[in-house]
Design a protein around this ligand. Structure first.
Ligand SMILES: NC(=O)C1=CN([C@@H]2O[C@H](COP(=O)(O)OP(=O)(O)OC[C@H]3O[C@@H](n4cnc5c(N)ncnc54)[C@H](O)[C@@H]3O)[C@@H](O)[C@H]2O)C=CC1
Ligand SMILES: C[N+](C)(C)CC(=O)CC(=O)[O-]
Length: 496
């Protein structure tokens, strides 16, 4: 799998800004060209939202943020980049001009992706000297959270370009889908456009308001779509006989007059004003940036839920997130130096996510256990007990836990965890984890756990192999020199 070393973003608006954040947070340096006088501020605000979202999304070790540089010219921005993403306004003449300029200045093997929502790559590549490296890379807003990219080649795009583009997306947490034939608006926007056309008619004809229409989506099929899409949802709707029965039952409705799809609504001033007013009322004073943050919080919650779905294997976009986190752990959760081992090990860095907060405005109880569990997992990876190890049939199971709640963790608060290894033998790990407020270092909670090495297939405790014991030993020896932490060996209701 090849990686992007340096990216260039031409256009830093809604979508360009999202791409910039996606690359930077994956540790890739990005050079930007956007003549907008406020491009730096706009990109900065999108990046700030993206960083907030990532802090809530994952406790896996993200790479150090890439370097962001704004350039005065397009040529300076694309110099040395191996992935160039064009995200200028949706006008064929402008895109052709910009892409031809990129083509002339880019290094020979650079890939050039266009964010276009619907223009044909064959039309975009018409004037390029090296059209074989141009493809559509159509993302979804917000690009830093939504993983999908539709990859579409034109008549002159090479197969190698498509393959390399597809390969370079997983390392930045994205999923490429290759669209077999180029058509206007590809797949996603074909579907969205159909819905959008119907929606505009429903508002124009006073069937409902924009708020009612959005409620119809978000309280019903919107929830289904995020996790099963259209066909798998309808398969279930066919009952035990599945898709065939669904088609037999609802197929005839296709002949009924349910759609105004080809009859495009006239977006005259009156309709624009009507939609604008209803949309203002619906927003109830929330700014676009505030709405973006609410959207991001919700998306993070959905992605995390999907990550834990399907018996913990992950489902859909959640499975992708799980795989991405595994690759981050493999790349960044490496060995600790002797100096680091001389202290309780700092293992998890995260922020209190909205989905973690209870009616008291604090991190809710089971999320403490989640962070402590993640801390144990991080320790296990450190001693070689990783996904491959578990799949091969052995693991550590937690057999006892005692949690103390000492301080408060509030929404958005940065927290981190440390682990002190109290004792270890060939079967047992006795650990003491602490959650700290990252800003002050204050202790928020502690947990004492006993972990037992098991032969999972046999379903019983078993000695850990010498490779694992060899990795535990230096930590145990270093931690034996640390003072015992306050609060070990406590039980509930014990007098001080
Ligand atoms: N907004 C959306 O929901 C989505 C948009 N797209 C596509 O992304 C592309 C960009 O759309 P948005 O980001 O929404 O537009 P936008 O208007 O937010 O941003 C466009 C940016 O391009 C800059 N720009 C204009 N001319 C330029 C030039 N010659 N060189 C460099 N920068 C230039 C503008 O200053 C602006 O910052 C379009 O092709 C659009 O179809 C794709 C997916 C979703
Ligand atoms: C409105 N739009 C056509 C630009 C939308 C997209 O292209 C994708 C998205 O993010 O919805």
């Amino acid at each position: 799998m090849t990686k992007i070393n340096k990216a260039a973003c031409i256009g830093g608006g809604v979508i360009g800004g999202g791409w910039i954040a996606r690359f930077l947070l994956a540790g890739i340096d990005v050079d930007v060209f956007d003549p907008h006088p406020e491009a730096t501020r706009i990109v900065g605000e999108v990046l700030a939202n993206a960083e907030k979202a990532y802090a809530m999304l994952t406790g896996a070790p993200l790479p150090a943020r890439g370097k962001l540089t704004f350039r005065e010219t397009l040529e300076e921005a694309v110099a040395g980049a191996d992935w160039i993403q064009e995200s200028v306004p949706e006008r064929l003449d402008l895109k052709r001009r910009v892409l031809t300029q990129i083509d002339a200045a880019a290094k020979p093997n650079a890939l050039i992706g266009s964010s276009t929502s619907g223009l044909l790559p064959t039309d975009l590549q018409r004037d390029m000297r090296h059209p074989e490296r141009l493809f559509v890379a159509h993302p979804y807003n917000p690009v830093y959270l939504l993983p999908l990219v539709e990859i579409v080649g034109g008549e002159k795009t090479s197969k190698e370009t498509i393959k390399t583009a597809m390969d370079r997306l997983p390392p930045i947490g994205m999923k490429g889908v290759h669209i077999a034939k180029e058509i206007e608006a590809f797949v996603g926007d074909r579907l969205l456009e159909a819905l959008w056309r119907e929606a505009l008619w429903l508002i124009k004809d006073d069937i409902c308001t924009v708020e009612t229409l959005d409620d119809v989506i978000r309280y019903s099929f919107g929830l289904r779509w995020a996790q099963m899409g259209l066909f798998q949802t309808y398969r279930i709707a066919g009952g035990e006989a599945g898709m065939r029965h669904f088609l037999a039952q609802f197929g005839p409705a296709l002949q009924w007059n349910w759609t105004k799809l080809m009859d495009v609504v006239d977006l005259d001033d009156a309709l624009v004003e009507k939609i604008g007013q209803q949309s203002d009322e619906q927003a109830a004073g929330l700014s676009i940036r505030e709405l973006e943050r609410i959207r991001d919080e919700n998306l993070v919650g959905i992605l995390q839920t999907l990550k834990g779905s399907h018996g913990g294997k992950g489902w859909g976009a959640g499975k992708l997130l799980k795989d991405f986190e595994q690759s981050l752990w493999a790349a960044g959760g490496g060995d600790k130096s002797l100096g680091e081992m001389a202290q309780p090990l700092r293992l998890i860095e995260t922020k209190v996510s909205p989905a973690w907060v209870d009616y008291n405005g604090h991190m809710t109880e089971h999320r403490y256990l989640q962070v402590f569990g993640d801390t144990s997992d991080a320790l296990l990876r450190l001693i070689g007990v990783d996904f491959a190890y578990v799949e091969a049939g052995h693991s550590y199971y937690t057999v006892e836990t005692h949690i103390r709640h000492i301080g408060e963790a509030k929404l958005g608060q940065a927290i981190h965890s440390t682990c002190q290894l109290l004792s270890a033998d060939e079967k047992r790990l006795h650990v003491f984890h602490t959650i700290h407020d990252t800003a002050t270092g204050d202790v928020i909670a502690t947990a004492e756990h006993m972990l037992l090495h098991v032969d999972a297939k046999a379903g019983k405790a078993a000695p850990a192999p010498k490779e694992v014991l060899g990795k535990i030993r230096p930590i145990a020896e270093a931690h034996a020199k640390l003072p015992l932490p306050d609060g070990i060996g406590r039980h509930v209701g014990q007098k001080r």
